[in-house]
Design a protein around this ligand. Structure first.
Ligand code: C2E
Ligand code: CA
Ligand code: CA
Length: 742
């Protein structure tokens, strides 16, 4: 027991019952006011009672928070071993004097522990400590809730007098006061602690804006000095929040709270974003309306969310809106029900960006994109939204701009601005241009997808028609697109249903006019109509179906060649192979393997590969890939000849003729058919022929239709010829008939 302080009790007149109580209260109250620890106060109380009634050993037990067990409160004169044994005991009917009193909420008087049934299971413990009687009074608060027990022990059997009962009741009441007050203080200290250490600013003001209380975070956040800052006026502090401030003030007049984000202003003038909760409450003492302002600085969070928002909606290179942002804006335009005229939309694609990137590097590529975007921006009004859709593709949303003349003017301006040369990083001059497709809402399309689709179709027309230009979407484009889609399906069905047919056009030796070969030409009749071969081959190429079609052609042609061997063993076949079948290494390998495979299936003996010519186009030779050379060599090793078709229409660099493993060139019919008109053309054909002969290449002229053209071809020294002058493409049976007649 360690009660060190001396709580002197004022001298009181006479020792009546009430004056005894006053003395007791006085001393305990003094300790309470002094905010002494609860343990000390309870110890003093026990000692006071023991002094009051000699022979008493007092004990205070406290009920645990869960209301189930009794815990040591104060028992300075009970043996430690006894206190320890009792600590934590569960309350209940018949659990000694205190356990029963706490359980029932009633006083329990046990005069003789040794014989009383409540003590039966536990009596060894008090008897060993020399305790014979125990009276226990429950300690209750104002609401009659049990807080613990006050017990008085004696070393002999004993029953209480009237005075004893008054004393024990008063002792319990004093203990109740001490426990409640000390818990309230503890709670107050806790809240003060929280208030002071809260990472949020908290300030309590009255209606005049006077600060009644504020925590340190509040002053820190405002950069204010607690000694000098006495007024917190929302009208000034949240001034920059604009109409949000007014709506908050209005709501606080009607309701008891407001929650939201505002802009605050520190004393040094710096603005910051804050998350605020205001509560209005009445001061119970003065009945005045008070305000509690609780807020945290969310500037960092705001900044982070702005960055996230930027990344989600803008392109990091050009800082233009991205696809996401553009689509949102377009949808908003589409959904807005105001009576607006709609909007114009441009899809734009740089014409040679890949080339710039590949030759000058990505750095310069990025610079070019930034420069292009600046030039476009200079052409447009603020209401327009320019977006980068990725790579070198841009889009322009033009609210309210639907007039053809206005859009035309703008597109022209953009085409011109973009095509002015760029100087990138010093002296490098770079040229680029842009292809534009224009669509209008709602005139051309009624949904986002359709608008994009229409602009896309129009842009592809611009690409097709030489680039650096613009096109409006037209109904015709839509029809063409639908036609293409329909044809893709029909082509697929044609292949599956064996609806293709092979025609053959003889190729003759110019000297002897004898047929030496026939070119295999594919025919397709759809719904009884011949579809132009150029047209459906282009479609098959764009859909990838050309690979399967090519395989079918070779299968049929090679099988016919075996047949021909019996009729005219000296006649070969020339088979066209699309450059798309040389697109990748694996396609090239496929091609070679499939030809070998077909040959194996067709003949047990050696297949007459030397009677096969494969026609490839000139543009294929632009790619000087070693794999392509390997593939062509493999075909030649088998005995197959390679012809370069449509010679002169591509990039007519003659030098590559020497690099590639080829056997023949077929001069394009445009050279032959122009021969009567242009002298230059004649010179060109003669030069090509001379050079080809020097490279030991065989030269064939195609498209010979007239006597004059035939004469021209002869004069040029060309050795083989193909054209309507001799034969048009014919069916298999016609060719057989023709060959049999020879
Ligand atoms: P091409 O390889 O240049 O074929 C020659 C084209 O010229 C054929 O057109 C033929 O009918 C035509 N022609 C022949 N002589 C004359 C003439 O004196 N005057 C005129 N004006 N034209 C003549 P066709 O059959 O319509 O074929 C067009 C193109 O389709 C072919 O051009 C070829 O590139 C492609 N093609 C045809 N069959 C196949 C095939 O089986 N596979 C592949 N990949 N393409 C093929
Ligand atoms: Ca050909
Ligand atoms: Ca040709």
């Amino acid at each position: 027991m360690n009660i060190k302080r001396d709580y002197s009790i004022p001298e009181l007149p006479s020792m009546t019952n009430s004056s005894v109580s006053v003395r007791r209260y006085g001393s305990i109250l003094a300790m309470l006011l002094d905010a002494s620890p609860l343990k000390d106060i309870l110890d003093s109380l026990v000692l006071l009672i023991e002094e009051e009634k000699l022979g008493t050993i007092g004990s205070i037990l406290l009920l645990s928070d869960d209301g189930q067990r009794l815990l040591t409160g104060a028992a300075p004169n009970l043996p430690d071993s006894y206190n320890e044994a009792i600590h934590g005991i569960e309350i209940g009917e018949g659990v000694g004097s205190c356990g029963t009193a706490a359980f029932r909420g009633e006083r329990v008087i046990v005069e003789d522990i040794s014989s009383h049934p409540y003590w039966e299971p536990f009596k060894a413990l008090p008897l060993a400590a020399g305790l014979q009687a125990c009276w226990s009074e429950p300690i209750k608060n104002n609401e009659n809730r049990v807080l613990g027990t006050f017990a008085m022990y004696y070393d002999t059997e004993k029953s209480p007098t009237e005075m004893d009962l008054v004393l024990i009741r008063e002792a319990a009441r004093l203990a109740s006061l001490a426990i409640e007050r000390s818990r309230a203080l503890q709670f107050q200290r806790l809240t003060a602690n929280i208030f002071n250490h809260l990472p949020m600013a908290m300030v309590i003001t009255n209606q005049l804006g006077s600060i009644l209380d504020a925590n340190p975070t509040f002053y820190q956040m405002l950069n204010a000095c607690p000694d000098k800052y006495h007024h917190f006026e929302p009208e000034i502090f949240f001034k920059s929040s604009g109409h949000k401030l007014n709506s908050m003030l209005a709501q606080l007049k009607l309701k008891e709270s407001w929650q939201g984000e505002l802009l605050g202003c520190r004393l040094d003038g710096e603005h910051f974003h804050l998350d605020l909760t205001v509560s209005v409450f009445k001061d119970p003492a003065s009945d005045e309306r008070l305000y509690s302002w609780l807020f945290s600085d969310i500037s960092e969070r705001k900044k982070a969310s702005e960055i996230i928002d930027f990344q989600a909606n803008y392109d990091s290179l050009t800082h233009l809106a991205n696809r996401n942002h553009l689509f949102k804006a377009m949808n908003a335009e589409i959904e807005s029900d105001r009576l607006n005229p709609g909007f114009g939309f441009m899809l734009m694609d740089l014409d040679n960006f890949k080339q710039v990137n590949d030759t000058l590097g990505h750095d310069k590529g990025d610079q070019l994109l930034q420069a292009v975007c600046k030039r476009i921006q200079a052409c447009i009004k603020e209401s327009a939204l320019l977006a980068r859709l990725g790579g070198d593709e841009f889009a322009l949303l033009l609210p309210d701009m639907v007039k053809e003349c206005e859009l035309q003017l703008l597109a022209n301006e953009i085409n011109e601005a973009v095509s002015v040369p760029y100087i990138l990083g010093g002296d490098k001059q770079v040229l680029t241009s842009i292809s534009i497709g224009i669509a209008r809402f709602p005139e051309d399309a009624m949904s986002l997808e359709q608008v994009l689709n229409c602009a896309d179709q129009a842009m592809y027309i611009s690409k097709d028609e030489g680039r650096n230009c613009f096109h409006f979407f037209t109904e015709q484009m839509q029809q063409n697109a639908e036609y293409t889609a329909k044809m893709h399906t029909s082509l697929k069905l044609a292949l599956e249903s064996n609806a293709f047919e092979l025609y053959f056009q003889p190729i003759l030796c110019l000297d002897t006019h004898q047929i030496v070969r026939a070119e295999v030409l594919l025919r397709w009749q759809d719904e009884g109509q011949f579809i132009p071969t150029d047209e459906f081959i282009a479609l098959a190429e764009s859909s990838g179906l050309i690979v399967d079609i090519g395989h079918w052609v070779r299968q049929e042609a090679m099988s016919f060649l075996i047949e021909l061997q019996n009729i005219a063993p000296d006649i070969g076949l020339s088979i066209n192979v699309s450059m798309y079948e040389f697109w990748s290494h694996s396609l090239q390998d496929n091609l070679v393997n499939s030809i070998q495979h077909i040959a194996k299936e067709l003949s047990c003996d050696a297949f007459p590969f030397e009677m096969v010519t494969i026609e490839i186009t000139e543009s294929l030779l632009m790619k000087q890939h070693t794999h392509l050379i390997d593939s062509l060599n493999k075909l030649r090793e088998m005995g197959i000849k390679i012809a370069v078709d449509d010679f002169g229409t591509g990039y007519s660099s003659l030098s590559y003729l020497s690099h590639f493993p080829i056997d023949q060139i077929k001069i394009d019919k445009s050279f032959i058919q122009d021969s009567g008109i242009s002298k230059k053309q004649q010179a060109l054909v003669e030069a090509i022929t001379t050079l080809s002969h020097a490279l030991e290449l065989h030269v064939i002229a195609e498209g010979v239709e007239t006597k004059e053209e035939l004469q021209f071809v002869k004069n040029a020294g060309i050795e083989a010829v193909q054209g309507y002058y001799f034969y048009r493409p014919m069916t298999k049976s016609s060719l057989i008939e023709l060959l049999n007649k020879r």
